[in-house]
Design a protein around this ligand. Sequence first.
Ligand SMILES: Cc1ncc(C[n+]2csc(CCOP(=O)(O)OP(=O)(O)O)c2C)c(N)n1
Ligand code: SF4
Length: 301
Amino acid sequence: MGDIKPVYLEEKLKEVEESGRLDYRSKTLPTWCPGCGYFSIVEAVAASLCELNIPNENAVVVSGIGCSSRFPFFVNTYGMHTLHGRALPVATGVKTANDALTVVAVGGDGDGFAIGGGHVPHAARRNVDITYLLFDNGIYGLTKGQTSPTSATGFRTPTSPYENPDRPLNPLLMLLSYGASWVGQAYAGRPDQLRSMITQAMAHRGFSYLHILSPCVTFDKTHRTYQNLGMQVRDLPADHDPSDRLAAMREAMDDALPALGLYYREERPTLGDALDSLVEKAGGELPGKVAAKPARKTARR
Ligand SMILES: Cc1ncc(C[n+]2csc(CCOP(=O)(O)OP(=O)(O)O)c2C)c(N)n1
Ligand code: SF4
């Protein structure tokens, strides 16, 4: 394992140098286990930031705590590694303070749906203009394999040897009912589709939620493995209409055979728009307001 990381880094840095494109990979090496699905997510995020031509200093990645939440160290943007479950409130604060920034919140299923579960509905219903990338490996990786809110019933883990008795949550259905204005699902084992979904999510103006299925190769040898996911995922039907929330909910309910792609998209005013309009009504100015709306659009697309 000692040899793997320097070679990986050297090759990546050389590739970026030769391509002449903007470099969003940090020189800090990921500390994830070899084979973890998160490697493909960091590559995809770096590629999407490059594709959208977002200057490094205009991007902020905010995380909670978990293996997935180490993410900000591995991308060359501003970043905040906050408290367990607290990525969304911090990301909301960052975006509200400086509208010109592209803000991406990242974290695991434990971070987002256990301790942080109370924050998700409010970011979604307020349509905060941020992207939330949820890395769902169906387990707590960092703390060595406890079940999470998305673990399958009957899952045996190192700390639940007599089977998980709980029923899993359905995050896609939750986000659709909370009022997220962009909802999609991708899989770490399909890197091209993953990159395209992340680019679309970041380009969306409003709260975009991308659910990313990702294997934990160390603590899950039976459920959400590359082998199982490879056999079980499908694409959304070609005629799926992403403006139809009910159709999206019907697809989300088929969680035995997860569908990848864009479930739902809607254009509506963001939290930033609502605050601007409140300030206008009150006849004032937001203290310390950094950028006007046209600058935000230019920076994001
Ligand atoms: C307040 C608090 N409670 C519990 C913990 C312990 N803890 C750290 S990460 C984690 C769960 C991580 O699981 P997940 O979010 O699914 O991320 P993964 O490691 O699988 O990427 C827990 C329970 C903590 N750091 N802080
Ligand atoms: S413990 Fe699991 S989730 Fe954490 S880095 Fe290793 S493979 Fe990835």
